[in-house]
Design a protein around this ligand. Structure first.
Ligand code: MGD
Ligand code: MGD
Ligand code: SF4
Ligand code: MO
Length: 581
């Protein structure tokens, strides 16, 4: 049996036992994986992959594809060449290609479709974004799932939640809300106001951890002044929660070890960084940081403390609003912007305009079907890589387990381009990987872990300049809550964003009286699209839901980005619904 690590964009970073005939099983001895994998990896070999390169629809050899890519790179101005990387594979070696494009003086799309608004907020308060692993959460008494849905997105957290008092804060009735002691079915976009309201009440009830506030935080008094200036009515209205629910929440957490697990739902808004800062502020008032079983955990910075082997300086453009049409040559790796980026109509307009679109990926999708040149990638079993996880501290080796003649690794593509342009070659894959591991790892009970986690997260220090936790003292919310529905997106079990098995329904609340397969049209200022309906009793009456990766998921999402973090803000809008006869 040989071992590797799941490459996918997921909290769990599973350790995989691979048999001789490439059957994949969860590693039983791994403390997080505990012997099981999810749908994607259990069915990994059943998903068709791109097997041959093609140019303008015609199959070409890999050598021809590479020659064409070099020729195009030489034809077009580097300043009119765009590098765009998605998150189809989170291995460290995925970044290798960036080295060539930076050297070539191309423009790099920089920012995120995912978690960076929240990450920016966490970094402002704590200086670095560290996670609470399932092993840490196991020690909690109470777990608050704040816009995070572990049943779907983080299934290896589930064993740690057994027997805990659960509190769910989510506009949707997620599966775990059934077992929860309290479910606050919050209005979308209301989390900042709920968090600040809770801070106000924690102060009024004198539930603060005074020692922690005195020793470990910087500007608590200013924060108290700041939140006292916000009318209570406003906090209640914006979050649409009632005081009974808040009272119950405070009763449930009082004197308990509390872990707050935050997902991306809370920050898909222009002020996403401030939402995380507000939730963090609550954590700090309660003194949750640096203690067993306690803390606030978001999608962490997996590379924190490690050297970044492909760190480059280059001209960049904000990724969520990048205009593909401004470029002659667009190189897209490991992503599907025609489905996953906000405002599909704008993305399509840009892609249609670019002279040459190159897609370097594993599966066919909306983007590969529009690309001029398609280059198949190797799967994670066929190349050398390393996975650092955003949901725990274990380092995941990903050795090459099998030879394949089907595609190219990111490393091999980079080396080929560096050579074609006469630039300095990369050092060997193995030495890059070992250098990253050596930069911040330690062995514990037979496993390699990130050295940063030898202590509890934030036990000794925060990573801000002051070394202390820094409270927010302002936020900027100029969203106009117009009529219509919130359109929220969640992940689903059988897909990883647009990879694997996607689902096309628009889920609607029962109050609309619609029936399954009824057709409706949604409209807002960004566009208009038709959907087949699936009624659901899990939604608030003011919410519609579509899964990430569904066709048309982004027809109506804003061509805009967050105030901090260059992040997409998928839910900063409302939609009107009409039935199509
Ligand atoms: N099976 C599976 N697993 C995945 C993925 C996948 O596609 N499929 N994707 C991976 C990726 S890329 C990521 S980033 C993570 C994301 O992991 P999560 O953050 O857990 O995923 P989401 O489903 O996007 O959102 C979680 C919850 O946020 C809620 N939500 C939406 N808007 C709001 C709001 O305004 N306030 C509050 N309080 N809650 C809100 C949603 O209803 C949803 O239940 O999951 C990863 N894991
Ligand atoms: N409306 C809406 N849109 C969203 C979201 C949402 O919640 N709502 N969620 C957003 C989030 S959180 C994220 S992370 C993004 C994800 O958006 P993308 O990064 O576009 O992710 P995927 O749709 O998973 O596409 C990944 C592609 O990577 C390719 N791939 C897989 N493995 C490899 C590899 O080893 N090498 C190469 N070269 N390619 C590979 C596959 O072919 C696959 O098609 O989507 C965002 N889009
Ligand atoms: S996608 Fe997540 S849960 Fe599934 S095998 Fe990979 S790391 Fe594990
Ligand atoms: Mo994501």
């Amino acid at each position: 049996m040989r071992f590797t690590t799941c490459p996918l964009d997921c909290f769990d970073g599973c350790s995989i036992a691979v048999s001789k005939d490439l059957k994949l099983k969860g590693n039983k001895t791994h403390p997080i994986t505990q012997g099981y994998l999810c749908h994607h990896l259990n069915h990994y070999h059943t998903f068709e992959r791109i097997e041959e390169p093609r140019y303008l629809g015609q199959i070409v050899s890999m050598d021809e594809a590479l020659a064409l890519l070099s020729e195009k790179l030489k034809t077009y101005e580097p300043s009119r060449t765009l590098y765009f990387k998605g998150s189809g594979n989170l291995g460290v070696m995925q970044g290798a290609t960036k080295r060539f494009f930076a050297e070539h003086k191309a423009i790099l799309a920089s920012g995120s479709l995912c978690d960076e608004a929240g990450d920016a907020g966490v970094c402002e308060s704590r200086g670095a974004n560290l996670c609470l692993s399932p092993l840490h959460v196991k020690e909690a008494d109470v777990v608050i799932l704040w816009g995070r849905n572990p049943t779907v997105t983080n299934s290896h957290m589930l064993p740690a939640l057994k027997g805990k008092t659960l509190i769910v804060i989510d506009p949707l009735k997620i599966d775990l809300s059934v077992n929860a002691a309290l479910h606050i079915q919050i209005k979308p976009r209301g989390d900042l106001y709920l968090a600040l309201l809770l801070c106000r009440l924690v102060a009024m009830e004198e539930m603060e951890d005074q020692d922690f506030l005195k020793e470990r935080t910087q500007n608590y008094k200013d924060f108290l002044d700041f939140i006292s200036g916000i009318p209570m009515r406003k906090l209640l209205d914006k979050s649409q929660v009632n005081l009974d629910e808040i009272g119950e929440l405070l009763r449930l957490i009082k004197g308990k070890k509390v872990s707050i697990l935050v997902g991306i739902g809370v920050q898909k808004y222009s002020f996403g960084h401030s939402v995380l800062r507000s939730i963090d502020a609550l954590g700090a008032m309660l003194g949750l940081f640096g203690k067993v079983g306690c803390g606030v955990s978001y999608l962490s910075n997996s590379g924190f403390g490690f050297v970044s082997p492909f760190k480059v300086s280059a001209k960049t453009e904000p990724l969520p609003i990048v205009n593909f049409g401004k470029y002659d040559l667009v190189f897209i790796q490991g992503g599907n912007p025609l489905n996953q980026m906000p405002c599909t109509s704008k993305v399509k307009e840009g892609i249609d305009k670019a002279q040459c679109v190159v897609y370097f990926g594993l599966h066919e999708n909306e983007t590969s079907s529009k690309a001029h040149l398609v280059i198949p990638a190797l799967s994670f079993l066929e190349k050398e890589d390393l996975k650092l996880s955003y949901g725990h501290h274990f380092i995941g080796r990903m050795p090459k387990l099998v030879e394949s003649s089907v595609g190219l690794s990111e490393y091999a593509l980079t080396q080929a381009l560096l050579k074609a342009f006469g630039y300095e070659a990369l050092e060997s894959e193995k030495s890059i990987i070992e250098r990253v591991i050596a930069s911040n790892s330690v062995e514990k009970e037979g496993f390699l872990i990130s050295k940063t986690y030898e202590d509890l997260p934030y036990e000794k220090t925060f990573y801000t300049k002051s070394g202390k936790f820094e409270f927010l003292d302002e936020f900027d919310d100029d969203f106009e809550d117009e009529e219509g529905f919130f359109l929220i997106a969640t992940k689903q079990n059988k897909s990883l964003n647009s990879q694997f098995v996607t689902d096309e329904y628009l889920y609607v609340p029962l109050c609309l009286g619609l029936e399954q397969e009824d057709r409706v049209r949604l409209t807002n200022r960004y566009g208009s699209a038709e959907y087949s309906v699936m009624p659901s009793d899990k939604l608030r009456d003011d919410c519609l839901l579509i899964h990430s990766g569904a066709k048309n998921a982004n027809q109506l999402t804003p061509y805009a980005m967050s105030q901090e973090g260059n992040c997409a803000i998928y839910q900063e809008m409302k939609v009107k619904l009409e039935k199509v006869q």
